[in-house]
Design a protein around this ligand. Structure first.
Ligand SMILES: [Zn+2]
Length: 430
């Protein structure tokens, strides 16, 4: 187009633009809200004839009315806004803000929106708040309606797998990930949210393949996996540019996991299945499985050194009852380190079930007992000792030591510790 030399180009451009903007009063637009993907909202607007509505202004607001911005449709009648955090939003016509409002949610798993034709559509309800302290384990199923209330962020990991995570947990994970990167530790998300339906599919296909007995032993019952919450994250490692994601490979890096675990609580996460708490959580130690509980609870849980079950006062009946007694010599943490060795030893005994562990008292810590342990462990230089009494049950006759189906009580355990060292299990028995 050639411009007249007497009219400045800006004026022409302004006039052209003005001519293209249809008047709000006469036009009837058909905004089409295309399904938002995580972090993006796309709106296309057409007029009554179906032609793209070009240069029409829409205002984007959060559900609570907070303005995000005013945008104008492009030559194809489109507005694309990115990035946006997950949540509820609405578009409204900038010319008549109250007349029409077109709500939508950014969830990452949004189904297609229906087009609205110049009428105020039904508002999208604000999703119910999810409780990030929810307890889902072998005794406690996912609460009803949880999955409906869930706001999911969908991502793809370095292995090319889709991963879905609850929005707040994902935001916290990103912060954790970048803090770890600064320490030279590279992590990625293996799996987070798994739907109850997906778990049901696994049960059906594994039952066909491996039989019901296998499924009962190894596959979580649908509804009872913490991964249904979207708040449980399985991490994997990237070491020297290589992805390390198989459980047995990941277990080879205890120092890296220790580094990861040390920083979890600052970002609202806890290590969900710690070592030695299998009887409480129902799961063996899993260094990769972390759980988002929010900043405050995570700090408390970490400083108390407890599991989520203990923190919520929902320890299962079958858990080992521990009586720490009162000690002027040892902290609970020091006792827990010793009890872990006792638990591991009992767990290695064919089907034996530990019921109680009782601290035998400070009076067991004598020079005489310490030298006794040193003589048992020829050449050891223990400077401290600790004693526990346990009750346990043996289902079978074993080791020439116990009878089938018998409860043993006040079984003694002795551990020694060198200056600055860790506990060593020295002897046990009656
Ligand atoms: Zn997991």
């Amino acid at each position: 187009m050639k411009l007249s030399k007497t009219i400045p180009a800006a004026v022409i451009a302004g006039l052209l633009l003005f001519a293209l903007i249809p008047s709000a009063a006469s036009a009837c637009f058909i905004p089409r809200l295309l399904p938002p993907i995580a972090g993006q909202a796309l709106l296309t607007a057409a007029d009554e004839t179906g032609a793209a509505a070009v240069g029409v202004k829409f205002e984007l607001k959060r559900a609570d009315g907070t303005p995000v911005g005013v945008y104008e449709t492009d030559a194809e009648g489109r507005i694309l806004v990115s990035p946006l955090t997950t949540g509820s939003y609405f578009w409204s016509s900038a010319d008549s803000p109250e007349a029409d409002a077109y709500p939508f949610r950014i969830t990452g798993r949004q189904s297609a929106q229906t087009a609205v034709v110049c009428a105020k559509p039904e508002p999208v309800p604000e999703p119910a708040e999810i409780d990030c302290l929810v307890l889902v384990n072998k005794q406690n199923p996912l609460p009803d309606g949880w999955e409906d209330a869930l706001t999911i962020v969908r991502t793809v990991n370095s292995l090319g797998d889709d991963v879905e995570t609850e929005a707040a947990a994902y935001e916290a994970y990103l912060k954790l990930k970048s803090a770890l990167a600064e320490e030279g530790v590279s992590v990625d998300l293996d799996s987070a949210y798994r739907s109850v339906a997906a778990q049901q599919d696994i049960v059906v296909s594994f039952t066909e393949k491996y039989g019901a007995d296998y499924v009962k032993q190894y596959v979580a019952v649908p509804g009872y996996s913490e991964h249904h919450t979207g708040l449980a994250l399985d991490l994997y490692l990237n070491i020297d540019g290589e992805d390390v994601y198989l459980n047995e490979d990941m277990e080879q890096y205890p120092e890296i996991w220790a580094k990861i675990h040390a920083g979890l609580s600052s970002f609202g996460f806890i290590l969900r299945y710690p070592e030695g708490k299998e009887d409480i959580t129902g799961y063996s130690y899993e260094p990769w499985h972390i759980r988002y509980v929010g900043a405050e609870a995570a700090e408390e849980i970490a400083s108390l050194g407890v599991t989520l079950e203990e923190y919520l006062g929902k320890v299962p009946e079958t858990a080992v009852k521990i009586d720490y007694g009162t000690s002027g010599l040892f902290t609970k943490q020091e006792m827990d380190e010793a009890i872990l060795l006792v638990k591991k030893c009992v767990a290695s005994w064919d089907g034996c079930e530990l019921h109680t562990v009782t601290y035998a008292g400070d009076e067991a810590v004598t020079e005489e007992n310490i030298s006794w342990l040193n003589s048992l462990d020829g050449g050891a230089e223990y400077v401290e000792c600790i004693e526990f009494l346990t009750d346990f049950h043996s289902p079978v006759e074993a080791y020439g030591a116990w009878e089938a189906d018998t409860e043993y009580t006040n079984y003694q355990w002795w551990l020694g510790r060198t200056e600055g060292g860790s506990w060593v299990l020295v002897t046990w028995g009656y």
